[in-house]
Design a protein around this ligand. Structure first.
Ligand code: G6P
Length: 602
């Protein structure tokens, strides 16, 4: 959470920083601010609310300068307010800081500094960084940063400027991501690549406890012993348009529409690209169990994968949210494979789960979208999805890419275990390769979903039911809806309805029912009948034949596919359904209230 950006070069830093913040807004958007360093010290503008509010303030109070830092906030310590926004500046206006992360020992540092006469203005943990840096400052900024990083506990990615060195921007990080961008006109620090993509595709990934010293002319890296570190510059393959809306009203719709292409790319990478090589290296025979752990939608992808893996591999598969996994003393050892799924590769709980799994000797495999992210680097092996930058907070294309990667892994592993013959595997792979085309077919029919969703805006509560794989994907449908439309929703296994949920069904309650698992058609149909007979309406997603119950059941069909992979098709309908309900309600779809895309705190 929170996005930081900094620029130093020969152009005006202010528009560059504001534009970069727009690309980072998905990381937090309750307040924003920026500081530029000029001959007279820092000028800071910060404002509660969305970036638009900051832009309005900047019109009233224009700033400019060749070096600056900016921040977009997702509040953890201290409510969203002007004073709690970043950048924070020390009381002598000598050092300005932007921070992404949480300083766990901030209270102790605050008390220490208060005793020394420092006055604090905000309720944030981050202000202590600026105040402590100023307290430590003794003419040499880099030494100050080393001292600072030794004293801070917790997680941080920091952009630091000092009024006495207006031509230098310093960055340091621990447990939160930070990239350094190199362009023809200047140098950047940023929490994520889209923030700099318009200017450069040449980046360094800063490692924990490395310090970057940026000037308009160059970048140098040091460790905390102040020894020079030599780092390799990487070329990012994403193109700048990938981080633009491209004519769509929302990133979410654009990202839904991109799915045929990104699925093709993901499949190609995993069948014949680098991903294929990585998969080949894994000897599945060494493992007696598989654990999948992740957060949010990535966890839901894991739920689907459990059914697919267990059916194809006949190995026990456990799926656990990473926030639970990390503290539960999981029963895993050297014979366990722990699969971590994450779009960002930076989710704090998922990273902690990976470290816990490694500590216990398990083999860790990550499925990650962001190249160079912490999970991708620290897990034993990493398979990349090729979803490109995902900006909308509610994931769509990255989720679909994760599912596809999991299917291909399942087929490879099943072959490795001798559970599928090469011919059977080929048939399955053929089915997986057909997904992009079938997703495109669904996307051509968006009008049907759009019309149906338009009539659903008034619902206060929606239930999603399914059995087996359909239950797993129902969880994602329900999450999508509640995330962006603010309609209460729950997903249930069809058979569980009668154990409680059915008491909530009344006239005109909507029950979205997924029906793609053939052997369970009669069962899910009888669950639908149970709710219909209590006055509910049903949106029936799947090809099983059914009645329309006097117009109370509406069926949306899917292109035919091997049922193991049907979640990849039904999820497209669920995404569109959630999107159009939220769009009809006129909500801020890409940035739903209280949510952030990259959850780098516990
Ligand atoms: C947040 C996002 C979700 C995402 C989850 C896990 O809650 O809003 O869309 O599924 O984090 O993020 P990750 O980057 O680990 O996939």
């Amino acid at each position: 959470m929170c996005g930081i950006i900094g620029y130093i070069g020969n152009q005006d830093a202010v528009p560059i920083i504001v534009e970069g913040l727009k690309k980072l807004e998905y990381r937090g958007y309750d307040s924003a601010g920026l500081a530029v360093c000029g001959a007279d010290g820092f000028s800071v503008v910060k404002q509660k609310g969305r970036l638009d509010a900051l832009e309005i303030r900047l019109k009233q109070q224009p700033l400019s300068g060749f070096a600056g830092i900016g921040h977009t906030r997702w509040a953890t310590h201290g409510e969203p307010s002007d004073v709690n926004s970043h950048p924070h500046v020390g009381q002598q206006n000598r050092i300005a800081v932007v921070h992404n992360g949480i300083i766990e020992n901030y209270q102790e540092i605050k008390e220490y500094l208060q005793q020394k006469g420092v006055t604090f203005h905000s309720q944030t943990d981050s202000e202590v960084i600026a105040q402590l840096a100023e307290y430590y400052y003794d003419k040499e900024l880099i030494k100050t940063v080393v001292k600072l990083s030794r004293r801070l506990e917790g997680s941080y990615a920091l952009g630091i400027m000092c009024a006495a060195h207006p031509d230098v921007l310093v960055a340091v990080k621990k447990d939160n991501p930070l990239i350094i961008g190199v362009s023809a006109h200047g140098h950047f620090i940023a929490s994520d690549i889209p923030a700099v993509l318009k200017h450069t595709n040449q980046v360094y990934y800063l490692e924990d406890n490395e310090i970057a010293v940026l000037t308009a002319q160059g970048v140098q890296f040091f460790n905390t012993e102040l020894e020079t570190v030599s780092k390799k510059i990487e070329t990012v393959s994403w193109n700048p348009e990938a981080a633009e809306k491209g004519g769509y009203p929302h990133f979410m719709l654009k990202e839904i529409m991109e799915q045929p292409q990104i699925l093709k790319d993901t499949i190609a990478n995993l069948l014949s690209g680098k991903g294929a090589e990585v998969m080949q290296q894994i000897d599945i025979k060494k493992f007696t169990r598989v654990c999948i752990t992740a957060c949010g939608s990535a966890y839901n992808a894991g739920l689907v994968a459990k059914y697919v893996f267990e059916r194809l591999l006949r190995l026990p598969v456990e799926v656990e949210t990473a926030s639970e996994f990390r503290y539960k003393d999981a029963i895993i050892d050297e014979q366990s494979m722990v699969i971590l799924i994450s779009q960002s590769g930076e989710t704090a709980d998922t990273i902690a789960a990976m470290r816990e799994a490694k500590r216990k000797g398990a083999f860790t495999l990550s499925i990650v979208n962001v190249v160079g992210s912490t999970l991708s680097k620290e897990s034993d092996v990493c398979i990349y999805t090729a979803a490109g930058p995902e900006i909308a907070v509610a994931t769509t294309k990255a989720f679909s890419a994760q599912l596809t990667a999991l299917y291909l892994l399942a087929v490879r592993f099943a072959v490795g275990l001798g559970r599928l013959t090469p011919t059977q595997a080929k048939q399955y792979i053929g089915q997986i390769q057909s997904i992009p085309k079938k997703v495109a077919e669904i996307l051509q029919e968006v009008d049907t979903v759009q019309r149906y969703a338009a009539a659903c805006v008034g619902y206060k509560s929606v239930f999603f039911i399914g059995r087996n794989l359909d239950y797993a994907i129902a969880t994602e449908g329900s999450l999508k809806l509640k995330e962006i439309s603010y309609i209460h929703s729950e997903a249930y296994a069809g058979g569980e309805l009668k154990h409680g949920t059915i008491s909530l069904i009344e006239d005109n309650t909507l029950v979205v029912t997924l029906a793609t698992v053939e052997k369970l058609y009669p069962k899910i149909l009888s669950n639908a009948e149970q709710v219909l007979s209590r006055g509910a309406r049903v949106l029936w997603i799947g090809n099983a034949q059914t009645d329309d119950y006097g117009g109370r059941l509406v069926q949306l069909r899917l292109p035919p596919i091997e049922e193991l992979f049907a979640p990849s098709l039904s999820v497209i309908v669920l995404q569109l359904f959630a999107y159009y309900i939220a769009a009809n309600k006129g909500l801020d779809i890409d940035k739903p209230r209280n949510l952030a895309k990259s959850v780098t705190v516990e």
